[in-house]
Structures are given as structure tokens and as C-alpha cells.
Ligand binder design. Structure first.
Ligand SMILES: *Cc1c(COP(=O)(O)O)cnc(C)c1O
Length: 377
């Protein structure tokens, strides 16, 4: 049996070998605590972490002191939303977010509801994009924060983040952006989108798992209540010893992204076109989910009418693709994102999310099309 073709880059990307190389010494030779700056090994680790902080900052147009290392985008989103709203409460007791956000954003919002904060979960349009007029209408004098992601992890659509940031700025509302799927893939500038808070994940941009970052704007200063307490690292926002190898890995991944982004984008665009055309030739009734222009080209989320995505996948064991559905007990739950863009339960269950990136190949695409042809024709 040949190797499985990996087309699930939005679930996780492989760590770039160049990243891994830079991480390795910090596990073994240079293992010192990066906060133990009384001695040279500690200072070396500290410098490595600070260089990584600069590299992360450079990717998004931030200052190094505005970058807080976390364990991943889940923690970054929790810290931004829970920490930000808990700090603002009770002066501001209203949060706005969107139905198609990642679970970690939606669940953070639901936790805040239990703490007495009001949350508006806005719907999206059929193309997956937020209606800006609806957003503005939902603003209240008590609105403290708006949380809207940049690139959607299921359908790949890119939200109008500059306009969202602009509206929030005009109304004195903090804008938090979950950029886990965007960082390293499309250009991000925190000034231009007027973000107060922005989340990044290492393993979505060819870095290691278990590391992420939260951008916390310095001017005007954004304040957060920490999620947990300890040695006061990361300017008190996030206590705990920083994992030097993972920080170095995230920094390296960001530096490579700055360098390779244009090339990566052109490449995934080419693969996307080839894959879509190949599948569309085989199955003329397939439909693309999400806006066909405002989208990240490394994603194709496709409905195969009259087929069930998960069953389809069972027939395609040679492909690592996501069905876009979550299994809860014995039931197949159709994706809440697809339901939110207006797909009925049955159609949503025919969807597959195919995602690819830097280490995908044209051969992967050719083989994928051939698999579909063999299995389904
Ligand atoms: C993967 C992902 C997360 C969670 O990131 P982790 O680093 O795995 O915790 C959050 N938001 C989006 C949009 C994601 O794609």
C-alpha cells in the first residue's frame, strides 16, 4: 500500500525541517530555564526566546513586547476573550462574536455568559462572511469586545477584518482576531486591521504543536486578567516557564513565513485550481462552500450531493481528509459552520474539507483525483 496522502493542513501542518533543526539544540545542549538570567546558559536561552518574540512580531507588524507566548491558539483565544472581558466587567458587559468561530472562541463566550456577561452570536451570510451593517447594529454602549476570526478553519473564507477593526475602533470596542489559520498564509498587519488582540498557533504555520502567541496591543494599552497565576512571566499575562525549543520553533516558522509567503500562496493557488477542476470534471454537481473569491486558496470545502462525506472517506482510506463533521456518540453531527451558512443537515453531511500547503505536491493532487475517480465512478 502506498503512503497516505495528507490533505488536512488546516487540522495541522507538518513542522518545517528548517524549523525543527533550529529547535533541537534547545532540548539538549541549551536546556537552561530562559528566566534564569543569573547565569550564561539561562541568558542564552533568554536571548533565543527574545529573538523568537521579534520574529513573531515581525510577521504581524507588531512590537516584540506586544507578543505573549501561550500553549496555542486555544489558550490565546481564551486569554483574549476571558481575560479581556473579565478585566472590563462590569463597566462593559457585552461581547460580540460570530456563529462560525472556532469552538474555543464559542466556548469561551459561553463561559462568560455564565459569569453574567451578555454575548451576541452573530449569524453569517450564505457566503460565510459577516454582514458589517449587522455588526454595527449589534453594538451597544456596553460592548467591550468583538471577536471575529480572519480565515475560517472549515470553509477558508477571509472575513473583512480591516472593516471590522475600523468599526470597532470608531466605537471604542476592542477587536480580537483569531488568526490561527491566517498567520503565515496571508499578510497580517495588526495596525491596518486595528486589532487589540490577535491569536496565532504554531502548528498551523509549519511550527511545532503546543506553542502559540497572543498579540496584546501596547498603545493604547489593552489590559487582561490572567487565566492563571505564578511567577509573573510574560508581563504577568501568562505565568509559567517558557518552553525555549517551542518558542524558537514558532519564531523560526514565522521568519520562514515572511520569506516564503508569496511563493507558498502562488503554489497552493495552483494546486487548488488543479484539484477543483479535476474533481469538478468527475462530479459536475459538486459545490464549493464559502465565498469563491474571499478565501484562502489552501482550502477547498466541497459538498458531494447525494453522498455522505464520512462514508465517502471510509471508501478513501488513502486520503487524510476531514469530513467536516464531528462524531458525537453514534450520531454524525453535521458541521455547525456549514449549518451556519445555510446548508441543511443532509447536504452538510456530504461535505469534505480538503486542505493543503507548503509540502503538498502536484502528484498528491493527481493521485487524489485518481482515487476519487476509482472509488466513486
Ligand atoms: C487550530 C485552531 C485553533 C486552535 O489552535 P491550537 O493551537 O490547536 O490550540 C483556534 N482557532 C482556529 C481558527 C484554528 O484553526
Amino acid at each position: 500500500m502506498s503512503q497516505v496522502i495528507y490533505l488536512d493542513y488546516q487540522a495541522s501542518t507538518p513542522t518545517d525541517p528548517r524549523v525543527l533543526q533550529q529547535m533541537l539544540p534547545w532540548f539538549s545542549v541549551d536546556f537552561a530555564n530562559p528566566h534564569a538570567i543569573d547565569h550564561q546558559p539561562g541568558q542564552r536561552a533568554n536571548q533565543a526566546v527574545e529573538q523568537a518574540r521579534q520574529q513573531v512580531a515581525a510577521l504581524i507588524g507588531a512590537e516584540p513586547r506586544e507578543i505573549i507566548f501561550t500553549s496555542g491558539a486555544t489558550e490565546s483565544n481564551n486569554l483574549a476573550i476571558l481575560g479581556g472581558m473579565r478585566f472590563l466587567h462590569p463597566q462593559k458587559n457585552h461581547l460580540i462574536t460570530v456563529a462560525t468561530e472556532h469552538k474555543c472562541v464559542l466556548e469561551s463566550a459561553k463561559q462568560l455568559e455564565k459569569e453574567g456577561i451578555e454575548v451576541t452570536f452573530l449569524p453569517v451570510q450564505r457566503d460565510g462572511l459577516l454582514d458589517l451593517a449587522l455588526l454595527e447594529k449589534s453594538f451597544r454602549p456596553t460592548t467591550g469586545m468583538v471577536s471575529v476570526m480572519m480565515v475560517n478553519n472549515e470553509i477558508g473564507v477571509i472575513q473583512p477584518v480591516e472593516q471590522i477593526g475600523q468599526l470597532c475602533h470608531q466605537h471604542g470596542i476592542l477587536y480580537h482576531c483569531d488568526a490561527a489559520q491566517a498567520a503565515g498564509k496571508i499578510t497580517i498587519n495588526v495596525q491596518r486591521i486595528q486589532a487589540a488582540l490577535l491569536s496565532i498557533s504554531g502548528h498551523k504555520l509549519y511550527g511545532p504543536k503546543g506553542i502559540g502567541a497572543l498579540y496584546v496591543r501596547h498603545r493604547p494599552r489593552v489590559r487582561l486578567q490572567p487565566l492563571f497565576y505564578g511567577g509573573g512571566q510574560e508581563r504577568g499575562f501568562r505565568s509559567g516557564t517558557l518552553p525555549t525549543p517551542l518558542c524558537v520553533g514558532l519564531g523560526a516558522a514565522c521568519a520562514i513565513a515572511v520569506q516564503d509567503m508569496a511563493k507558498d500562496v502562488a503554489f497552493v493557488q495552483k494546486l487548488q485550481k488543479k484539484l477543483w477542476e479535476g474533481l469538478h470534471n468527475l462530479f459536475p454537481d459538486i459545490r464549493l462552500n464559502g465565498h469563491d473569491q474571499h478565501r484562502y486558496p489552501g482550502n477547498l470545502n466541497i459538498c458531494f450531493p447525494s453522498r455522505v462525506g464520512q462514508k465517502l472517506l471510509q471508501q478513501l482510506p488513502g486520503l487524510a481528509i476531514s469530513s467536516g463533521s464531528a462524531c458525537s456518540s453514534s450520531d454524525i453531527e453535521p458541521s455547525y459552520v456549514l449549518r451556519a451558512i445555510g446548508l441543511d443537515k443532509d447536504l452538510a453531511q456530504t461535505a469534505l474539507r480538503i486542505s493543503f500547503g507548503r509540502f503538498s505536491t502536484e502528484m498528491d493532487v493527481d493521485k487524489t483525483i485518481a482515487y476519487f475517480q476509482q472509488t466513486l465512478k
